[in-house]
Design a protein around this ligand. Structure first.
Ligand code: G
Ligand code: G
Ligand code: G
Ligand code: MN
Ligand code: NA
Length: 252
């Protein structure tokens, strides 16, 4: 059986769900939003690994239907959240979707569906996805930004590509890959590549979010150097919608 068929069947059987990982705004210590992460639990109770099935969906031309499915799950989940206007809702967008003619209409439809919640919707793109059809993609992103949607570069610094896209695309946030956060060893120490990324974000007036923050020391290192947002197990793990609703009323 191909991944394509398995993913189709799993969508019909409603085996996909969404986990939400809170993001902390460093200046306030409060939750500024969440990132939506796809999950797949099979009928036998086993979980498929997201990195594996997302890559498979990308390879077998299923990432667009799967992302549309995610958007419908999201629209349902957010209804019960106790959030105030401006709460950030971040989602991951695959290259193939970005390059597809339906991308802008898909995002616009979703934005209309959840408009009453007044989210700050953020699209997380990888560096790799900006390489192909750059001009067309830049236009789409510029349009969506005019509609109030924000654009973030996910896994920043891991894309094996030149930084020239920082001059040609209008962006809002850089999400520092956790591979740059791991090496932090002490508060006073230097972590040259990470420090350069933070400095770059400041010069470009981009918001910056540290991913995969697991310890208080990492949190303090980043906050002292002006990183505005952090995400990671130190603050909160990804959780199902119901758990998030409770978490937002008690810890958020
Ligand atoms: O609305 P405000 O000006 O406080 O926004 C500050 C910044 O918060 C945003 O520009 C964005 O960089 C960051 N942010 C908050 N939550 C998220 C999130 O869930 N995902 C991403 N990518 N950025 C977020
Ligand atoms: O945190 P997690 O193990 O869920 O993430 C595994 C990988 O899968 C990450 O790189 C994450 O960006 C990606 N991912 C999770 N959900 C989605 C999704 O809905 N769409 C896309 N394109 N990628 C996702
Ligand atoms: O590629 P992207 O940043 O979209 O995916 C986020 C991934 O990182 C998810 O798989 C999520 O489960 C994982 N993640 C989130 N916080 C942490 C953390 O603190 N440590 C580790 N090891 N993984 C994390
Ligand atoms: Mn992401
Ligand atoms: Na990432």
């Amino acid at each position: 059986v191909t991944w394509r068929d398995r993913i189709k069947k799993a969508m019909q059987r409603d085996e996909f769900s969404v986990a939400y990982q809170p993001v902390c705004q460093v200046s306030s210590g409060c939750c500024s939003g969440v990132e939506a992460l796809m999950r797949w639990q099979r009928r036998d109770g086993e979980w498929e690994r997201p990195d594996i099935f997302i890559a498979a969906a990308e390879e077998e031309n299923m990432i667009i239907p799967l992302t549309r499915h995610l958007l419908s799950l999201l629209a349902r989940d957010v209804e019960s959240w106790p959030v105030t206007p401006g709460f950030h809702l971040a989602l991951n967008v695959a290259a193939e979707h970005l390059q597809h003619a339906d991308f802008v209409p898909d995002i616009e439809r979703f934005a209309r569906q959840v408009a009453h919640k007044q989210f700050q919707i953020t699209l997380e793109l990888t560096e790799r996805s900006l390489i192909k059809e750059g001009e067309a993609v830049a236009k789409k992103l510029a349009w969506l930004r005019q509609c109030g949607i924000k654009v973030a570069i996910d896994d920043f610094g891991t894309g094996n590509c030149s930084l020239s896209y920082l001059q040609t695309f209008e962006l809002d946030y850089l999400k520092i890959d956790r591979g740059f956060i791991n090496p932090i060893e002490s508060i006073e120490g230097e972590t040259p590549v990470l420090d350069a990324i933070i400095s770059l974000s400041h010069k470009l007036a981009l918001n910056i979010l540290g991913e995969g923050v697991e310890t208080e020391m990492q949190y303090r290192y980043l906050s002292q150097r002006g990183v505005g947002f952090i995400q990671g197990w130190y603050y909160a793990r990804p959780m199902p919608s119901d758990a998030l609703r409770t978490w937002l009323t008690t810890d958020g």
